[in-house]
Structure formats: C-alpha cells, structure tokens
Design a protein around this ligand. Structure first.
Ligand code: AMP
Length: 404
C-alpha cells in the first residue's frame, strides 16, 4: 500500500513527497481510514511507529477540505518536547496546504506567554498544547474552542502519569460536545480505559503490537560511507567463523552487484531476488539449508517466511525502510533459542531511519569502530534533520511561533 491509495488532498500528498514518506507504517494503514471515517479511535502505539502522522495526515486532509477560519483541532501532549515535535511534523506535512498550527507550552517566560496569546488570538487551525499552559490561556479567554472538531490525546498514559487527569477533564469542559476524539497511548493500563470511557464515543480500537527482536541476537552496527561497504563486508566474511550468513540489501540491483563482488573475492555466495525462477530459488534454498552454501545475498523477499535454523550472521548492507523489516531481517538469525549476530551498515543517509529503529526496539545498537584498514566513517547523528526533509524557509509560511 502507498500513500496515494488514501487519495489525500494534492497539497498534502505534496508534503508527504517532500518529507520522503512513501509507504504508510502499520499504525498509519490502520488508523488513517478510521480517522477519515470520522470515528473515535483508541490506539495503542509507541513512539517510532509513525503514530503522529497516523492522526495528523487524515486530520490535515479534512481541514484542507474545510474553511479555515476557526481552531479545528486540539492535540494535547504531555511535554514541551513532544508538543514541539508534533508541531514540526505539522509544518512539514502541511507545508503546501493552507493549514496553520501553533505549539503552546509552559516553562517559558512571560514574553513567550504573551507571544502565544497573540498568535492564538490571530487565529490558527491546530493547537498542539501541554495541558497546564493551555488552561492558562483558556481561563484568560485568549482561545475560543467553540468550533473545535477534533481532539487528540497523544501519549495519554504519560499525561496521566504526570498528573494531568484533572486538567484534561477541565479542558474538555471548554469543548463542544460533538467532536471526534482520538486517544493514543503506548500502554493500556486500566486508568487509560476509564479515561477513554469518559471521553470517547463508541471508539474503534487499533493495537500495534511491537515486535521485539529475540534476546539471543547480538545487534551491532557500523557507520560507513557507501564506498566502504563492500570492503567492510568482505573483511567481515573472510575474517570470521560465520558458517551460515544472509546479507540483505533493499534493491535487487545491489544484491546482484554485491554477489558478483563477493564471488570475485572467492567468497561462495548466491543472489536471491524476485528475478529468479522458481527452480533456481528452490535449488539455492536447498543448498543454503543444507549448509553447502554459506552466504546468501538477498532482498527483503527472504526476510519473511524462510525458516532456516542455524543462521549465525545477518548483515544489513543498508538500513531497511521500516522498523518492522529490520525486526524480520535480523529475526532470521537466533531462531529456535540459538544465538546469532546481526550487523547493520549505516551510511549518512540512513541515520534517521536507524534512529527510528532504535526508538522502536527501545535500545541503542552498539556502533563498532571500522577496522584499521578502512578509513573512518561518518559520525552518528540520527536526530540531524535531513536537508531534503526540512528547509528553514518553510517557517516563513507559518505564523510566528513563540520560542521556536
Ligand atoms: P512517531 O512514531 O510519530 O514518533 O514517528 C517516528 C518517525 O517516523 C518520525 O521521525 C516520522 O517523521 C517518521 N515517519 C512517520 N511515518 C513515516 C512513514 N510513513 N515513512 C517514513 N517515515 C515516517
């Protein structure tokens, strides 16, 4: 499935293209149709799954179809950091639309409060707010939420842990009774269930079970430039005692090139991809399972489904497009209670993607220094904004943001 299948407003699709999002993540596939159908939603999903865009995209699509005179959507978030992060995603996704947003959070000085107040009275379509500061603005009369259509509670479990229950209930007393409610939470303890009973009307439920890599997999990564990858792989394969290895690459052209390079170095390997006929595939698999073929180079075609016991090493020649694919790829090793190693090559372009994977598995993967013979690779900066995704000039189009 691609984002085009949702038929979003062209201005929104343009934002998606610019951000480089092509395929919806599992939570997006499930949540977007529900939000578009104007239903209430309770979703269990963690950071890293793409949960933010799973509500922002359908809401922006809806706002784009309507007149934009009033505050349309309120997103409540537990912390200033999350509020800013959500607001930044809105800026990216909504860049080509006419929607405006503001992040409203406490902790600043009196000046930022006044700036927020001014922006709020000027009018904005989406408010992303931490509960305490929003109440200050509500009681001062700076915000009129009478025409609000959508309420989102993001990281609801954390908001309750931080003692925001009463604030949330109070904020809701300012909202029109008829509205769409979306609740996102990383966990579903009973207090979230009772909050949802109070706020949501006949909600649809979405649950994204987070797959976790098996405990037996030793995960490692190298930071490399593209032209260092083949040499590094040859070294790993020649110097090691790995008996059964899968090397993953995202494109079949890379798989073919890589396989030839390994063969030239005397490493016996086979390329496995969608161009092979059934007989060749079966022949390769029989040899790989029987351990007469040590190295299999393949696309994600082999990341799901093949169940070969005793694979000692998985190498990700590039970072897979989504965290689920990473889990599937590395899950080829350490099957049936055995142990195994998974090594990922991260070039500069893939660092953000790998950061998302680490967020989803809830762990930092060890970065090993490159062997001495190979020159130093790039430094790891997964948070650095890619030039393609963020252009500082984008801000011009938006109303002035306090403190940001
Ligand atoms: P979240 O779980 O909302 O915190 O999102 C985690 C990261 O994934 C953010 O940096 C998003 O920009 C990114 N992201 C969200 N959806 C997609 C997608 N469909 N394709 C690629 N990246 C995405």
């Amino acid at each position: 499935m691609n984002f085009e299948d949702f038929n979003f407003a062209p201005s929104l699709q343009e934002g998606l293209d610019t951000m480089g999002f092509t395929k919806p993540t599992p939570i997006q596939e499930k949540a977007i149709p529900i939000v578009l159908a104007n239903k209430d939603l309770i979703a269990c999903a963690q950071t890293g799954t793409g949960k933010t865009a799973s509500y922002l995209l359908p809401l922006l699509h809806k706002i784009e179809q309507e007149d934009k005179d009033d505050i349309n959507t309120l997103v409540l978030a537990p912390t200033r950091e999350l509020a800013l992060q959500i607001d930044q995603q809105i800026m990216g996704l909504a860049y080509f639309t006419g929607c405006t947003s503001i992040a409203v959070y406490g902790g600043g000085d009196g000046i930022s409060y006044e700036q927020q107040k001014r922006s709020l009275t000027e009018g904005v379509n989406i408010i992303v707010a931490t509960p305490g500061r929003l109440i200050a603005h509500l009681t001062s009369g700076a915000i009129n939420l009478a025409h609000l259509k959508h309420l989102v509670l993001d990281e609801a479990d954390r908001m309750l842990d931080m003692g925001f229950y009463d604030d949330i209930v109070r904020i809701i007393s300012y909202l029109p009774a008829k509205r769409q409610n979306l609740l996102f939470s990383a966990t579903m303890p009973p207090k979230i269930r009772s909050l949802s009973k109070k706020i949501l009307h006949d909600p649809e439920e979405v649950n994204i079970a987070i797959s976790k890599p098996s405990e037996g997999i030793l995960q490692q990564a190298y930071l490399v430039y593209d032209d260092q990858k083949i040499e590094l792989l040859e070294q790993i394969l020649s110097n090691s005692e790995y008996k059964s290895v899968i090397v993953f690459a995202s494109r079949k052209e890379t798989v073919k090139k890589l396989n030839s390079a390994l063969n030239r170095k005397g490493i016996s390997s086979e390329a496995f991809h969608s161009d092979l006929d059934q007989d060749s595939r079966e022949d390769i698999m029989v040899r790989f399972k029987g351990k007469s073929l040590a190295v299999l180079v393949g696309t994600d075609v082999i990341s799901r489904g093949i169940d070969v016991v005793g694979i000692s090493l998985v190498v990700n020649f590039d970072v897979p497009p989504d965290p689920e694919d990473y889990i599937h790829r590395i899950g080829r090793t350490a099957r049936a209670e055995t142990t195994g190693t998974a090594i990922t090559f991260i070039n500069e372009k893939d660092q953000r993607k790998f950061g998302r994977i680490e967020a989803m598995i809830g762990a930092e993967v060890i970065k090993i220094p490159l062997p001495e013979e190979i020159k130093t690779g790039p430094t790891y900066e997964p948070e650095a904004k890619s030039k393609k995704k963020f252009n500082p000039n984008w801000k011009k189009k938006f109303k002035k943001k306090p403190n940001s």
